[in-house]
Design a protein around this ligand. Structure first.
Ligand SMILES: Cc1ncc(COP(=O)(O)O)c(C=O)c1O
Length: 371
C-alpha cells in the first residue's frame, strides 16, 4: 500500500508543518449542523431564480462586475473603484496579507479568532503573530498595538470575533488606530456585521473615510446565506485593492455568484434579510440566555454563534471542549471545538435551541458528578 501522507516530491518544510484549514464537520446522522456559522435559511427571495436564469456557463464572467461593486460601494458612500470582489472574504484576507507582508515580515491578529488567520502568510513566508484575547474573550487592543513592530505589515481585526462573539467598540477602535503606524494596513473583518446589535460597536462604513490604511471586509456567506457560492467583498483605498487583485487568482468569482449577490441586494430581498437577521439575533439571545442560566459564562454574542469557554476547574466554563463536542456528535448535532479554549455553537434552526441547551445541561451534570 502506498504511503499517502508522505509527498513523493520535495515540498516546502514550512508548508508541510502547517495543518490545512479544517472545515466544520458534516453530520453523519440526522441532526443539526451548528459547526460552520452557516445560515439556516435558504438564499433570499429572487436568488434561486436569478441563479437558474444564468445559463451561460460556457463563458467566463465579465471581470470587474461594476454593477455589483457600485451597489456595495453605495452602502459605504464610495464608488465602485473602492470595492473589490473575490471568491469569499477568506480569499481577500489571503490576498491582502500576500500583497503587504513579504517573507520575514509579519501580520498581527487576535487569538483565538478565525481559524484561517494563522496560515494566511504561509505560502509567502510571512509570520503570523497571534495576540491572546482578554479574559472577557475580546481583542486585547493594548497588547495588539504593543505587538506591532518594524516587521508588521498587516493587522487583522475580527469584529465580532469568531469564535468568541464580542464586537470591538468604536472608542477602543479609534484609540487603537491612533497607535497603528499610518503605513500599516489594518483589515476590519466584519464577516458577521449584519448580526451586530451593540450600538457602541465599530462599523466599517463609519470609520473607513478617516483611515486610508483601513480595508473593511464583508461577505455574502453569513447573513445573506450564500456560503456555497463563494463571494466576499473588500472596501478601501483603490491602490490597496489593486495590489490585492494582483496576487489573487484571476476570474475566480463566478457569474452565478455575481447574480446571486445582486439579487440579494434587491429591495424585496433586503426586506426579507432584515426579518431573517432579526430572527437569528433573537435565537442567539435565547441560546445565550439558556446557556447562561446553566452557569456558562457566555461572552457577549454579536455574531450568529455563541461561545462556551473551556476552563479546567473554574466555574462558568466547560471542562473539555473535545468531550462536549463528542457528546453533541453522538446525537448527530455538530458544534465546533477549539482544543484547549472552548466550543463554538452556531445559531441554527429554532428547534435546535432546546436540543443544544439540553445536551449542555446533561454534560454539565456529568461534569459536576465526576468532581
Ligand atoms: C471572521 C471570518 N472572516 C472571514 C470568513 C470567510 O468567509 P467567506 O470566505 O465565506 O466570505 C469567515 C468564515 O467563517 C469568518 O468567520
Amino acid at each position: 500500500m502506498s504511503d499517502t501522507a508522505t509527498p513523493p516530491v520535495r515540498l516546502r518544510a514550512d508548508v508541510l508543518a502547517v495543518p490545512a484549514y479544517r472545515q466544520g464537520a458534516t453530520p453523519s446522522k440526522p441532526g443539526y449542523k451548528l459547526s460552520s456559522n452557516e445560515n439556516p435559511f435558504d438564499p433570499l427571495p429572487g436568488v434561486a431564480a436569478a441563479v437558474a436564469a444564468r445559463v451561460d456557463h460556457n463563458r467566463y464572467a465579465a471581470a470587474g462586475m461594476p454593477d455589483l461593486r457600485t451597489a456595495i460601494g453605495a452602502e459605504f458612500g464610495v464608488g465602485p473603484e473602492r470595492v473589490h470582489l473575490a471568491a469569499g472574504s477568506v480569499a481577500i484576507l489571503f490576498q491582502l496579507v500576500h500583497a503587504a507582508a513579504a517573507a520575514g515580515e509579519s501580520y498581527v491578529f487576535a487569538w483565538p479568532s478565525f481559524e484561517a488567520y494563522p496560515s494566511l502568510g504561509l505560502a509567502n513566508g510571512a509570520r503570523g503573530v497571534g495576540v491572546p484575547l482578554t479574559a472577557a474573550a475580546e481583542h486585547d487592543l493594548e497588547a495588539m498595538a504593543a505587538a506591532i513592530d518594524e516587521s508588521t505589515r498587516v493587522v487583522l481585526l475580527c469584529t465580532p470575533n469568531n469564535p468568541t462573539g464580542p464586537a470591538i467598540r468604536r472608542d477602543a477602535f479609534d484609540a487603537f488606530m491612533a497607535r497603528v503606524p499610518a503605513d500599516t494596513l489594518v483589515v476590519l473583518d466584519e464577516a458577521y456585521r449584519e448580526f451586530v446589535t451593540d450600538p457602541d460597536a465599530v462599523r466599517g462604513e463609519d470609520v473607513l473615510a478617516a483611515h486610508p490604511n483601513l480595508v473593511v471586509l464583508r461577505t455574502f456567506s453569513k447573513a445573506y446565506g450564500l456560503a456555497g457560492l463563494r463571494i466576499g467583498t473588500a472596501v478601501g483605498h483603490p491602490a490597496i485593492l489593486a495590489a490585492a487583485a494582483s496576487v489573487g487568482i484571476p476570474l475566480s468569482v463566478t457569474g452565478v455568484a455575481e447574480v446571486a449577490a445582486r439579487a440579494s441586494l434587491a429591495p424585496e430581498a433586503r426586506a426579507e434579510l432584515a426579518d431573517r437577521i432579526g430572527e437569528i439575533v433573537s435565537r442567539r439571545e435565547e441560546l445565550a440566555a439558556g446557556l447562561r442560566r446553566l452557569g456558562i459564562d457566555v461572552p457577549a454574542a454579536q455574531g450568529n454563534f455563541v461561545w462556551l469557554p473551556e476552563r479546567a476547574d473554574a466555574p462558568g466554563g466547560i471542562a473539555s471542549a473535545a468531550a462536549l463536542a463528542a457528546d453533541f456528535a453522538e446525537t448527530g448535532t455538530l458544534v465546533r471545538p477549539f482544543a484547549g479554549s472552548g466550543v463554538r455553537i452556531s445559531v441554527g434552526e429554532a428547534e435546535s435551541i432546546p436540543v443544544v441547551i439540553e445536551i449542555v445541561r446533561e454534560y454539565l451534570a456529568r461534569q459536576e458528578g465526576s468532581k
